[in-house]
Design a protein around this ligand. Structure first.
Ligand SMILES: Cc1cc2nc3c(=O)[nH]c(=O)nc-3n(C[C@H](O)[C@H](O)[C@H](O)COP(=O)(O)OP(=O)(O)OC[C@H]3O[C@@H](n4cnc5c(N)ncnc54)[C@H](O)[C@@H]3O)c2cc1C
Length: 468
């Protein structure tokens, strides 16, 4: 159905990006065969490193002319296979397009190329007293373009929202090679269909972002973190609900249970504080007024102590803050160290349903004899559920997962949630899409895809299987 990239096509790709930015030898393509989802591997036929949006457009036009698959790759930190070239074709590596083009301090906006690493933007704006809140835990290696495509979130979503809430403009290449612009340094925009919001979260299937405008906030002057140990996880989760019911708005509320703490203790060099706790809440509060910030974290502390917390550790210096966030930030890698084979899913439920979700996950774990580590963004209802293989035999483990995973997703949906809060559908979740969306909703999405990409060449096999 798709054409293979032959020597003639390679020559044309080379003419567009320059020979030095064309990769076609197998050993150099290995880097593009995976993302952070360990179970998927597919080599592309070629990779190109464009330097401009015009070059991206020319590559996509070429793909349409010859009908070969083409897909964008950012930092490759996605976890659902979005950047894995499952149908081969050409990978467009955005890594060279890594310039921060403008930080407009007056209008509190920044314009960046899509290959800018998220943390680099954060640091650059913070030097000017500004703040870009979205903070995926992968921020030292993911790109703004990948964040746009996945609508990335992070711990600060509780107070500040996700990537979608900060992108105000995009220049992108549509699947047939047209360059479009939508939005800009605008706080409001009601002009026709909002193509920007169509692209955000589209997992690279409806367009390739080349240039992105984001809005910035003033950097909060004060940030305080609380590490709060609990003797059991129920009380930790109930305290989260109590904090939210009191209309308090911490920046982040992260949850880790005893199993997370045990694994972190085994893997990390630094000792994990309160190592006997059954669960930790990690709560961040920020603001400009010292009295208000203090009142807020004291109120949170009281709620947690009333709820059964064993202690509270307050961190208000960057060094100490980094130390107490280390366990949480490195959790994904720590889990991978003890069980390189694992399946990780993210589900999201209404915030008040977290306790029911965690209880249900415990039942699934017991029912199928699995080992599940669940942790995550308790403050926004988004839980990362990791099924660890350790030294279990492959076949029975997979068989149990085949039952446990749809049960997990059905549970999330029954609780009013859905099957992904931030990692997208990619390849790994597409068979479960009908659990979350009704047939008409899926058909509407497919109609949009077909209208923009009639040849089906832009990132095929993602979100939905390729039409036969
Ligand atoms: C340790 C770790 C922690 C993580 N923590 C979080 C977290 O807290 N929150 C969260 O939301 N995610 C998290 N993730 C997942 C991942 O980092 C995010 O999904 C991130 O947004 C992916 O960005 P990327 O640049 O790596 O994209 P890639 O993996 O390269 O690509 C992801 C998708 O985006 C598309 N894409 C890439 N660039 C573009 C572009 N310019 N235009 C259009 N489409 C494009 C690709 O085709 C692909 O479909 C984590 C991952 C890891 C490994």
């Amino acid at each position: 159905m798709f054409k293979t990239i032959d020597n003639e096509i390679l020559k044309r790709i080379g003419e567009i990006v320059g020979e030095s930015n064309l990769l076609s030898r197998e050993e150099r393509l290995e880097d593009y065969a995976r993302d952070e989802n360990a179970s998927l591997y597919a080599l592309p036929e070629a990779a190109a490193r464009p330097g401009t949006i015009g070059e991206i457009a020319a590559l996509v036009k070429l793909a349409n002319r010859y009908r070969f698959p083409v897909l964008a790759r950012g930092g490759g930190t996605g976890v659902t296979g979005g950047a894995v070239p499952v149908h081969g074709g050409l990978v467009i590596d955005l890594g060279r397009m890594n310039r921060i083009l403008e930080i407009d301090e007056d209008s509190m906006m920044a314009v960046v190329e899509a290959g800018v690493i998220t943390e680099n933007l954060q640091k650059a704006v913070e030097e000017k007293g500004l703040f870009y809140p979205p903070d995926p835990a992968s921020l030292d290696s993911c790109f703004l373009g990948g964040n746009l495509a996945e609508d990335a979130g992070g711990p600060r979503a509780v107070k500040y929202g996700v990537t979608r809430d900060y992108i105000t403009g995009v220049e992108a290449v549509l699947p047939q090679g047209e360059i479009i612009g939508y939005g800009g340094k605008l706080v409001k925009n009601a002009t026709g269909y909002n193509l920007l919001h169509l692209l955000i979260g589209s997992e690279g299937t409806l367009g390739i972002a080349g240039r992105i405008t984001v809005r910035l906030l003033a950097k909060p002057k004060i940030r305080v973190d609380l590490l709060i140990p609990f003797p059991d996880y129920d009380r930790a989760v109930e305290s989260v609900a109590a904090i939210l019911r009191r209309r308090l708005t911490p920046t982040a509320i992260e949850f880790m249970d005893r199993k997370c703490l045990e694994i972190s203790r085994q893997v990390l060099d630094n000792p994990v504080p309160f190592e006997d706790a059954a669960a930790h809440l990690l709560i961040e509060v920020d603001g400009d007024d010292p009295d208000r910030v203090e009142k807020e974290y004291e109120a949170i502390g009281e709620i947690c102590l009333e709820g059964g917390a064993a202690d509270i550790r307050v961190a208000d210096s960057p060094r100490y803050q980094d130390q107490i966030w280390e366990t949480r930030r490195k959790l994904r890698d720590s889990i991978k160290t003890v069980s390189p084979a694992k399946l990780s899913q993210d589900v999201v439920v209404p915030r008040m349903k977290i306790a029911e979700l965690l209880g249900g996950i415990g039942n699934i774990e017991a029912k199928y004899g699995l080992e599940i580590i669940a942790y995550g963004h308790a403050g926004d209802g988004n839980v990362h559920v990791n099924f660890l293989k350790r030294n279990r035999e492959e076949a029975p483990w997979r068989k149990a997962l085949d039952k446990a995973v749809p049960e997990l997703f059905s549970l999330a949906v029954e609780l009013g949630g859905t099957i992904s809060g931030e990692h997208g559908i990619g390849v790994t979740k597409q068979k479960y899409l009908p659990l979350a969306l009704n047939p008409d909703a899926i058909a509407a999405m497919r109609t949009i895809k077909k209208a923009l990409d009639p040849a089906g060449i832009l990132n095929p096999g993602k979100i939905f299987p390729v039409d036969k």
